[in-house]
Design a protein around this ligand. Structure first.
Ligand code: GLA
Length: 780
């Protein structure tokens, strides 16, 4: 294996301790970074990368220095940062590098504070970020294939990476800057195996002026997918470093071992329990890596907040919360947690010669505000822009709209009781007839139809659709928002008609739209903006208490703080002090359903772990399904091997079926629980089937109170979370059944089972199992 040796001009440098100021201005001595036989080499000396991930757009720019100082004080010597393409190129060819998008300034501050930088420019970043970082306008091309060699995609990628090179190239260590390494794509192995595609991106980065080492990250089970000798591999894992590095050594016999993402916690999705990490195991795994001399990056050291429209969604469709606290060592508001201090203590024992750790920055003060009642109200449907006309409803990208909401209006003919059905709704649709809300369409439950009563006259049908952030993982990133037609009306008398001649109202909820709102008296039970002004004498951080509101967005002095949803687990929104001003502050709240009380209040601490399932308008109740396994013969039965490795099993012959059922008969620890981190189904050539349109048809048991053991975790592509049967208020025995609905009959030749990851003693690892495939495994 050819070693990645890059010797940089500074050969003149004699041996000296690691300087605290990383690189510096063009006239300071240049440093060199390279990948050696066994270690990373900084100025020719062994350099153990102790890195942590921080996303500049998720931290108020005014606090970048504070958070980076905290990271340094925790004992890191490097920060890792994604770039999000959609933030830097909001429109084709229009680039944005100011304000929250000023990535160069973020790198410079890191450098000043003595932190090196690992840059992850994408083009795909994942990160629970809108569309994984991809710009929505790529989806205007109906059949574009992202993350492939689709020339339209690659052309846009090259333009973007060229711009990244223009702005950040000069911050490479080779030019006196802090950037040590640059990542190509992100966990591509989860998506494909096309090494030529990866090679093309590598070349695009080289052509854009990047000369530091280029690397690629993947989870252990996908390290070979898309692997190239000329891209240095790192492995991502949340636990069990020994197995992770063992898998890495299989493709990297020589060279330093690095974990590109080591998870101290995890992200939250609306309606599922708040995630917290196991601190003891996190510290033990960190010490293991420190002792082993390997390098790592803690994902996230500080999560921050996903402001604005930037939240993504996990697949199949689990929208992410706007809080990205991630149970990280540095909390959403920049507070040092117990995990922070324990990590600092640990790192203090592994500092490299010459490295020091400053005292942590002081905690920013907080304040309570209000409560105050918002009295001004601007109903959304009375603040509509000029409509477009269209014979059929299309997705918002086709109307040149990226984010926000969109209202579809058409005439509803008089007639008998009927069902209104759309092909799909991305993501939450409210159906109004003559202004009265009659039903909700909910992508989480694939609920795309509502019943309509008998109508004596022609009426006005409104379908208000909210886009909740495009899926950031898998093929599902091709996530077009709005109504997916046709929209049909099926009357009880069997007549069906496609509704046509629509008015389309784009509601991008951007500055231009917000400044023209017309306010009036309160109107509680409909989609409306609410406004109030709050006097603040001394602006400080606070946490807006959203518990009397239902679902929507908040703007403070024009800053879009992001989404709220009363179902939780997040119930407060972080409001950074620097975004408030002394005197009058405008608080604007769009509630798409209406508050129980229009109260605006700020608390001194966040509430991130309060689920309120009773408030979920279409609580994802599993449809009442009858499992019909008695008549079915298992296609395969056997025992899974113990441990965490992915296991691939082939059927004696390929079969066709719409449903796949995994039945656990026993567990390796003898307990009544079953868990699955990930399930993949294989086609006749052994390739994983796309998860697009997969849903959970049936599951006998899932833990949804004490932890997020929802069944969707088994098909979301992430191996760090898992389906787990109930253990909180009950412990039903085996057999446990999980049935996947593939949406249509598919030819299946085998499957891959990824057991629950983590330490040897975690529960739920299935031992004996049976597998069924067919079209009649379930009955309604
Ligand atoms: C993956 C991705 C990250 C992020 C984490 C989960 O490994 O690479 O961008 O999505 O999972 O937080």
């Amino acid at each position: 294996m050819k070693l990645h040796r890059i010797i940089v001009l500074s050969a003149l440098l004699s041996f000296q301790p690691i300087t605290e100021v990383c690189g510096g201005t063009t006239d300071s001595p240049r440093h060199s970074f390279s990948i050696g036989e066994d270690d990373f080499l900084l100025d020719g000396r062994r350099f153990q990368i102790r890195c942590g991930e921080v996303h500049a757009p998720r931290v108020p720019r005014e606090y970048w220095r504070h958070r980076l100082q905290m990271s340094k004080a925790m004992g890191l010597n490097t920060v890792c940062a994604y770039l999000f393409w959609n933030m830097h190129e909001p429109r084709p060819g229009q680039f944005e590098w100011s304000g929250q998008a000023d990535a160069a300034e973020f790198c410079r501050i890191a450098q000043e504070l003595g932190l090196w930088v690992i840059l992850r420019p994408g083009p795909y970043s994942c990160a629970e970020w809108e569309m994984g970082g991809f710009p929505w306008w790529l989806l205007k091309q109906e059949d574009i294939q992202l993350r492939t060699r689709d020339s339209r995609y690659l052309e846009a990628v090259k333009r973007y990476l060229k711009e990244v090179g223009r702005v950040l190239g000069q911050l490479q260590i080779t030019k006196g800057g802090p950037i040590l390494m640059v990542q190509v794509e992100n966990e591509y192995g989860f998506f494909g195996k096309d090494a030529t595609y990866m090679g093309g991106l590598r070349q695009a980065l080289l052509d854009s002026g990047f000369e530091v080492p280029l690397f690629a990250c993947n989870p252990p089970q996908h390290l070979r997918d898309g692997f190239r000798q000329d891209l240095f591999p790192v492995v991502n894992f949340g636990s069990d470093p020994a197995s992770g590095f063992k898998a890495l050594r299989e493709i990297l016999p020589k060279g330093p071992l690095m974990c590109g993402e080591f998870y101290p916690g995890w992200f939250d999705t609306w309606g599922a329990p708040h995630h917290t990490g196991n601190t003891t195991r996190y510290l033990a795994d960190l010490e293991y890596m420190l002792k082993a001399g390997t390098s790592f990056s803690i994902y996230m050291v500080h999560g921050g907040t996903t402001f604005g429209f930037w939240t993504g969604a996990d697949r199949p469709f689990k929208p992410d919360t706007s809080s990205y606290d991630y149970d990280a060592p540095i909390s959403e508001a920049g507070w040092p947690t117990e995990k922070f201090y324990k990590t600092r203590e640990l790192f203090a024992r592994y500092l490299l010669p010459g490295e020091t750790m400053p005292e942590p920055a002081t905690k920013n003060p907080v304040m309570r505000i209000g409560p105050a009642e918002a009295m001004e109200c601007a109903p959304l449907r009375e603040n509509l822009p000029t409509a477009l006309k269209d014979s059929k409803p299309r997705t918002m990208e086709q109307y040149d709209q990226g984010y926000g909401c969109i209202l579809y209006r058409t005439a509803l003919p008089m007639g008998p009781e009927a069902t209104l059905e759309a092909a799909a709704v991305h993501d939450i649709g409210q159906v109004f007839v003559d202004g009265k809300r009659l039903g909700i369409l909910d992508r989480r439950a694939s609920k795309f139809s509502v019943g309509l009563p008998r109508r004596e006259t022609t009426g006005t049908l409104d379908v208000l659709v909210e886009a909740m952030g495009r899926v950031n993982f898998g093929a599902e990133v091709h996530d077009r928002k709005g109504l997916h037609g046709p929209v049909k009306l099926s009357a009880v008398n069997g007549q069906t008609a496609e509704l046509a001649d629509w008015q389309i109202f784009s509601l991008p909820l951007d500055g231009a739209m917000l400044k023209n709102l017309r306010f009036g008296p309160p109107r509680l039970h409909e989609p409306a903006f609410w406004r109030t002004f709050l006097r603040v004498d001394e602006p400080r951080d606070t946490f807006l208490d959203m518990r009397t509101w239902t679902k929507g967005f908040v703007w403070v002095n024009g800053h879009n703080l992001g989404r709220f949803w009363s179902i939780g687990p997040q119930q407060t929104m972080y409001l950074p002090g620097p975004w408030l001003k002394q005197g009058e502050n405008e608080i604007l709240i769009l509630d798409l359903f209406g508050p129980t009380q229009p109260l605006v209040a700020g608390l001194e601490a966040p509430i991130l772990n309060q689920l309120r399932p009773e408030l979920d308008f279409a609580r994802v109740k599993r449809p009442q399904i009858r499992l019909q396994l008695d008549a079915a013969e298992p296609l395969l039965k056997g025992s899974f091997a113990p441990g965490t490795s992915m296991q691939e099993l082939k059927f004696p012959h390929s079969v066709n079926g719409r449903y796949f059922c995994l039945e656990s008969v026993s567990a390796h620890d003898g307990k009544p629980y079953a868990a699955v981190a990930e399930l993949e189904l294989l086609d006749v050539s052994g390739n994983p089937l796309s998860h697009e349109s997969w849903t959970i048809a049936y599951v006998d048991s899932e833990e949804r109170e004490r932890e997020d053991g929802t069944a969707e975790n088994a098909i979301d592509g992430q191996t760090a979370n898992f389906w787990h049967t109930q253990w909180g208020s009950a412990s039903p025995p085996h057999p446990h059944r999980l049935v996947l609905d593939l949406g249509q009959s598919r030819s299946i030749a085998g499957f891959r089972y990824v057991p629950r990851q983590g330490a040897a003693d975690v529960g739920g690892r299935i031992k004996e199992y049976r597998v069924y495939v067919g079209d009649n495994l379930i009955g309604r």
